[in-house]
Design a protein around this ligand. Structure first.
Ligand code: PLP
Length: 369
């Protein structure tokens, strides 16, 4: 073991006295499961996104499943999505009995490419699910138009994009938004998720599906399971939401400083993240592009220097063993996504980085790349 001068982790959840007090108050209240605190958090988060409704659930994965089911996605349906994401983007579709169809990504921002999606629409297509990867918005206004034209549901996987904006509007307010509150995300509830929508009927169905398919107690008209958030989680969520904008601003400032330092060093074979003009990237991840033959050595050198990194994601979803076993995504034509999986590397960017940390990361990159 070498002793590195610094130790900078890739992610760091921030909880302080507000969260502790909020959880204690819930424990003392006796109302632990979904109740008034969940309802309050739903209203606050929906208002933040700029959507009419918020429906809280117990994970980001649950948000995706419940949102798809609220749109009526089921067996026989196809949902077009990106192969360059976390596995839950696709497994949520499979959990509904539907089939993910993978379209290629836009090399600019690693997000689903609307033109590639349009080419894959069939009469079985029921929904399109773009992901706002790393906190950079997908071309979501184009997807909105495309889905309107073809009568398709638009489900946004916004698990990494709390507060990201496209053309002045927050993601999750275009289609049906699905957010995750896992501890590494821009804000957390321990585990948790939420669905945001302007559609009264989608919100109504989502509330029914997350609660065993019942509208009236013990009368089950729909298929549902227990996807409910606890009031303990919701209380943490409200405390975190109050701080989210300050954290997003810190991520953006860290990203600007890190990008400037890396660019000034003129490192051959390293490219900093791109931001589409007019978009707000909330830097859930700061993901550089590295020449594929350099990546492994660079990651190892950074680890030895105490800088945590991660590869999001080393394998496209259609290449994952379970997808091969299920026969999902066989024949997917996604060369841009496959090339991306060979070159991406995420560096620490979370709000607790100091200016010295940022300078140190840039210096390590310049030294080892
Ligand atoms: C984190 C994440 C999810 C799943 O959220 P969980 O809360 O972990 O279930 C889904 N999609 C993407 C893109 C994610 O990053």
């Amino acid at each position: 073991m070498t002793t590195a001068p610094r130790s900078i982790s890739i992610a760091r959840p921030l909880v302080s006295d507000e969260e502790k007090a909020a959880v204690l108050a819930v424990l003392e209240s006796g109302q632990l499961a979904q109740g008034s605190r969940t309802e309050a958090f739903e209203k606050e988060f929906a208002a933040y996104v700029g959507a009419k409704h918020g429906v809280a659930v117990n994970s980001g994965t649950a948000a995706l499943i419940v949102a798809l089911q609220a749109h009526g996605v089921g067996p026989g349906d196809e949902v077009i999505t990106t192969p360059f994401s976390f596995i839950a983007t696709a497994t949520s579709i499979i959990a509904c009995g539907a089939t993910p169809v993978f379209a290629d990504i836009d090399p600019f921002d690693f997000n689903l490419d609307p033109e590639k999606v349009e080419a894959l629409i069939t009469d079985r297509t029921k929904a399109v699910m773009p992901v706002h990867l790393y906190g950079h918005p997908a071309r979501i206004a184009e997807f909105e138009t495309l889905c309107d034209e073809h009568g398709l549901a638009l489900v946004e996987d916004a698990a990494q994009a709390h507060g990201a904006e496209h053309q002045g509007k927050r993601v999750g307010a275009f289609g049906t938004g699905c957010f995750s509150f896992y501890p590494t995300k821009n804000m957390t509830t321990g585990e948790g998720g939420i669905i945001t929508t302007n559609d009264d009927e989608v919100a109504r169905m989502a509330r029914i599906i997350r609660n065993h398919g019942q509208e009236r107690r013990y009368y089950h008209e729909h298929f549902g399971l227990n996807w409910r958030m606890t009031d303990l989680s919701a209380a943490i969520g409200s405390a975190q939401l109050a701080k989210l904008e300050a954290w997003n601003e810190a991520r953006i400032a860290n990203a600007q400083a890190l990008a400037a330092a890396v660019e000034a060093a003129e490192i051959v074979g390293v490219e900093t993240p791109r931001v589409r003009p007019g978009d707000r990237h909330v830097f859930h991840q700061f993901t550089i592009r590295v020449a594929p033959e350099k990546r492994e050595a660079l990651q190892k050198a950074l680890a030895e220097a105490g800088v945590g990194t991660a590869i999001h994601y080393p394998l496209c979803i259609n290449e994952q063993p379970i997808m091969k076993e299920l026969g999902v995504g066989a024949g997917a034509d996604v060369p841009v996504a496959e090339a991306a999986s060979q070159s991406v590397l995420s560096l620490p960017i979370h709000p607790s980085l100091t200016g010295e940390d940022v300078a140190y990361i840039a210096e390590c990159l310049a030294r080892f790349a």
